[in-house]
Design a protein around this ligand. Structure first.
Ligand SMILES: Nc1ncnc2c1ncn2[C@@H]1O[C@H](COP(=O)(O)OP(=O)(O)OP(=O)(O)O)[C@@H](O)[C@H]1O
Ligand SMILES: [Mg+2]
Length: 453
């Protein structure tokens, strides 16, 4: 498995190592070169000094004092006469070693003769001096062992630094993998268990960076999914319950209606019930389909300008027959001729649902008022009734799917508790809002507010 922590560590490691190797190599070679250069300069400087002493005062005591000064150092002095023959040497063996090389020295000013300190055992400089019109040479020689030792020591130090930094890098990697990959792995496990249907996940948010935000988002998602799962289950059981009840009636009454031994009058009565129940079921299925479409945002709202007064009057016309049948008065109050900006079919569905409720939950002789108003940049449709009213505890739930106040009297009122849920979704899809005020046994008022164009 290619782990993100390993990939991260590899990138991190490669970049830091390349940078470090280049940097260390640069510092190392610069430091060593500086040391060597310094040694060569010192060698030449001393040679020049001694040569000047000799040029001024070429005596055996000067020669002796030069040898004395250099005694005990890792430098040696060789003085050659005009025939390049040895005059004095601090280390005669050295002269013997280089006698052939020195016999060929031919320089007219101070010069370095051997500088390759990395490979040669000695570095060397030559300093010509004039005596009685002839040229002699003072040769400075330095052992390169100490230089090589310093170079080696710096090399070893830098190796130690490199090894230590590898160790530090690994520590950093371990820390990084804890801080970055652990939360990622935790989130991976959480999403895996979510895809298995377990939404009881909680990712601790320890940081406020992008990872913390991601964890927070996953927690929110788990909560939403759990809620959706719950409401889907509730919805499904409510739907099946709603469908089962009329089906039970249909089966029961059709069985009775098929019996031969009942009167024609009773058969007609049962058939009427079957008709009513199947009509109710058809309405319920239509509502459910509406709701499903609303939930999936599959329906489209096509807003247009609607003349308020004729529109409201036309809707009132549709329901007037049912109102007359039950003996409930319907008053339309839409004085000003302004315009709604809405989808006419959906707006009609909204008003019909509200007016249907007002009628359903009112007794004969009650009054329902359907009015419309325009104020500021808003238009309102108000459905007011003097019916049963809704208690304070119930009123907060009436827009929930399948919520009915008088569950036991569902048969009497014929509702399934979906109407207001659809109304709310439709109003909100228009960008509007719906509010309700109600008092038990006094009446209710539903206000739909829409924005003007
Ligand atoms: N005008 C009203 N007066 C009193 N109670 C009301 C009124 N409107 C709604 N309710 C209560 O709110 C509940 C929910 O209303 P909703 O319209 O969603 O469902 P329904 O009318 O029972 O069924 P349907 O799905 O057929 O509309 C109703 O069952 C009723 O108890
Ligand atoms: Mg209703």
């Amino acid at each position: 498995m290619s782990k993100i922590s390993i990939k991260l560590a590899m990138y991190f490691f490669t970049v830091v190592m390349i940078f470090q190797i280049v940097l260390l190599y640069y510092i190392h070679s610069n430091m060593v070169e500086d040391y060597a250069e310094d040694a060569l300069t010192q060698l030449q400087k001393h040679g020049t000094n001694y040569r000047d002493m000799l040029a001024k005062n070429y005596t055996s005591s000067t020669l002796a004092s030069i040898l004395l000064v250099e005694q005990g150092r890792d430098r040696d002095v060789i003085v050659l006469d005009e025939h390049k023959q040895l005059v004095v040497a601090s280390d005669p063996k050295l002269y013997e070693h280089y006698s052939l090389f020195l016999s060929q020295v031919q320089v007219d000013h101070d010069r370095l003769l051997l500088t390759n300190w990395k490979e040669e055992p000695y570095i060397m400089s030559a300093h010509p001096y004039a005596i009685d019109g002839n040229t002699g040479y003072l040769i400075m020689i330095q052992d390169t062992a100490s230089l090589q030792e310093i170079a080696n020591k710096i090399g070893t130090d830098f190796k130690t630094i490199s090894i230590t930094s590898i160790f530090v890098l690994f520590m950093a990697y371990a820390l990084l993998s804890r801080r970055i990959t652990r939360p990622i792995l935790r989130m991976k496990r959480a999403t895996e268990s979510m895809s298995q249907g377990d939404f009881d996940v909680k990712i601790p948010s320890t940081t406020d960076d992008e990872l913390g935000e991601l964890g927070h988002a996953i927690n929110g998602l788990a909560k939403d999914l759990a809620h959706m799962k719950n409401s889907r289950n509730e919805f499904l059981s409510a739907v099946s319950h709603e469908l089962r009840t009329p089906l039970t009636y249909l089966i029961g009454y059709s069985k009775v209606a098929m019996r031969e031994d009942i009167s024609e009058e009773k058969r007609k009565h049962y058939l009427t019930i079957i008709h009513e129940e199947s009509t109710r079921m058809k309405a319920l299925v239509k509502n459910l389909m509406d709701l499903a479409q609303l939930d999936e945002h599959k329906f489209t709202i096509e807003k247009e300008l609607i003349a308020a007064k004729p529109f409201i009057e036309q809707v009132a016309q549709i329901v007037s027959h049912s109102f007359a049948e039950k003996g409930v008065h319907l008053t339309v109050d839409c004085p000003h001729n302004f315009t709604f900006y809405a989808d006419p079919l959906r707006l009609e569905q909204i008003i019909l649902n509200l007016v249907d409720n007002a009628l359903k939950y009112s007794e004969p002789n009650a009054t329902v008022t359907l009015s419309c108003k325009q104020s500021a940049s808003q238009t309102r449709i108000i459905v007011k009734d003097t019916g049963h009213g809704i208690s304070e505890e119930d009123v907060v739930h009436i827009f929930d799917k399948f919520y009915r106040v008088e569950k036991s009297r569902a048969r009497e009122f014929g509702g399934s508790g979906i109407g207001l849920a659809i109304v709310k979704e439709l109003v909100e899809a228009h960008g509007g809002s719906i509010t309700v005020t109600s008092e038990l046994h006094v009446g209710s008022q539903f206000i739909v507010t829409l924005e003007e164009v």
